[in-house]
Ligand binder design. Structure first.
Ligand SMILES: *Cc1c(COP(=O)(O)O)cnc(C)c1O
Length: 422
């Protein structure tokens, strides 16, 4: 299925023209395909076959409650990286027993929340975190299930901002020290060592880094078994890439095979934490062309979506395909597609070869479902865009466009300043 396809020249999401959605909710707007989310999840779940496994969708990729509810209904678990994301999963009706909690900087409050809600596992990233987890759990008269996050030290060949398993990375503990840390963890009164975990990075487009990481964990797992730790699961993280342009990422089946081969024969439950591969191609960002202008060296198209709406191009130099929502006009131009934010980095796409369309035309930014809305901000006091979920010929607003009053929600002018003004 192609969730975004043209019928008689017009770009649709499933059975709904994007033009109709833009007419109802305005622009910019995120539009998601329910079928694409379902297909993305099912592809990963099937790839892992019949052996015991759990797919924990990475909430930070796209965390709208409706998306989480949809995935939860398919049996998905969730990977969260903050108390806020855990609260989101609970608000969406997700099953805490299928939640893993990653991240290098969990606070005591976040750890307590996770224990109170009874999540599957805390992915601990340091010795100090392990002792805090033990202390918090003991205070609550619990034993916390933890997995130790190991940094396998592999090159992911991805953007430096999203490589997480280099020797320089802040994530996890060095593989060489993992066995000792596990031995110490087993002596902590409030901790039960249930698993081992790693996450190599994001937008990885070959199987080699996954196979290498799984292979390195294999040796550790054998040693832990010899040491008598009752390990239940191995969590190999997320990171499978998608095609934004000419990339040829592995299929979920090839990725799963690489993980299994790397691990070797194992009875452990396999946990994975995919985000991008499920969400990216399930969404587009619809934007309107406001102005065309000529600089002294470049031509520009100014659209109404800025880096506050979609940060990836400015943050990672990411290149998203951009295409008209209506029939592509004859003749094309080369220009920089830029947003309204007061930053030179606010360019959706530089030197884009695009059809020559007038102000007012609608454009779709492809593969914006992952790390799109979830990274949106209010920078320049721009209300965040709405999110829309399409299913067949129906669609729902799953988040309304923010209003001006949302921009200063929680802000207070101290009384004395009011008085001084008079
Ligand atoms: C971000 C993240 C993921 C998801 O990564 P994708 O590239 O979106 O699949 C999974 N696990 C952890 C620990 C993460 O930080």
């Amino acid at each position: 299925m192609r969730p975004f396809a043209r019928h008689r020249g017009e770009l649709y999401c499933e059975g709904v023209p994007l033009r109709r959605i833009a007419g109802e909710v305005g622009t910019p707007a995120y539009v998601y395909s329910r079928a694409a989310f379902e297909e993305g999840f099912t592809a990963v779940d099937r790839a892992l076959g019949k052996a015991p496994h759990l797919v924990c969708y990475s909430v930070k990729a796209c965390g709208n409650l409706a998306v989480l509810a949809l995935l939860s209904g398919l049996g998905s678990g969730f990977d969260v990286v903050s108390g806020g994301e855990l609260s989101r999963v609970l608000a969406a009706g997700g099953d805490p027993a299928r939640v893993v909690f990653s991240g290098v900087g969990k606070t005591e409050d976040e750890i307590a929340l996770a224990l109170r809600e009874g999540i599957l596992c805390l992915n601990a990233e340091s010795e100090e975190e392990l002792s805090v987890i033990s202390r918090v759990a003991t205070r609550m008269r619990r034993r916390a299930a933890v997995a130790l996050r190991v940094n396998p030290g592999v090159q992911a060949h991805t953007h430096p901002h999203v490589a997480t398993a280099l020797p320089e990375s802040k994530f996890g503990v060095p593989l060489a020290r993992a066995r000792r840390i596990c031995r110490d963890a087993a002596r902590l009164p409030g901790v039960r060592l249930a698993g081992i975990t790693c996450h190599v990075g994001s937008q990885i487009v070959s199987v080699a880094p996954f196979a290498a990481a799984a292979g390195r964990l294999r040796g550790l797992l054998a040693a832990l078994e010899r040491d008598g730790h009752p390990i239940e699961h191995v969590d190999l993280g997320g990171g499978l890439g998608v095609a934004y342009g000419r990339e040829r990422p592995p299929t979920p089946a090839a990725w799963a095979l690489a993980l299994r081969r790397g691990l070797g024969p194992s009875k452990l439950r396999l946990v994975v934490e995919p985000g991008r591969v499920i969400a990216a191609n399930a969404g587009v960002l619809v934007t309107r062309l406001l102005y065309r202008k000529r600089g002294s060296a470049r031509a520009f198209a100014v659209v109404d979506a800025g880096m506050n709406d979609l940060l990836r191009p400015a943050l990672y130099g990411a290149v998203h395909a951009i295409e008209p929502v209506g029939p592509p006009a004859a003749g094309s131009v080369t220009l920089d597609v830029v947003g309204p934010v007061c930053e030179s980095a606010d360019a959706l796409r530089r030197r884009a070869r695009v059809p020559d369309l007038p102000a007012g035309s609608l454009w779709a930014v492809r593969a914006a479902g992952a790390y799109g809305f979830s990274m949106a901000s209010n920078y320049n006091s721009r209300p965040r865009p709405p999110e829309v979920l399409v299913s067949g010929r129906r669609f729902w607003r799953i988040r309304r466009r923010e209003r001006p009053a949302d921009l200063w929600r929680g802000e207070v002018i101290p009384e004395v300043l009011h008085r001084e003004r008079r």
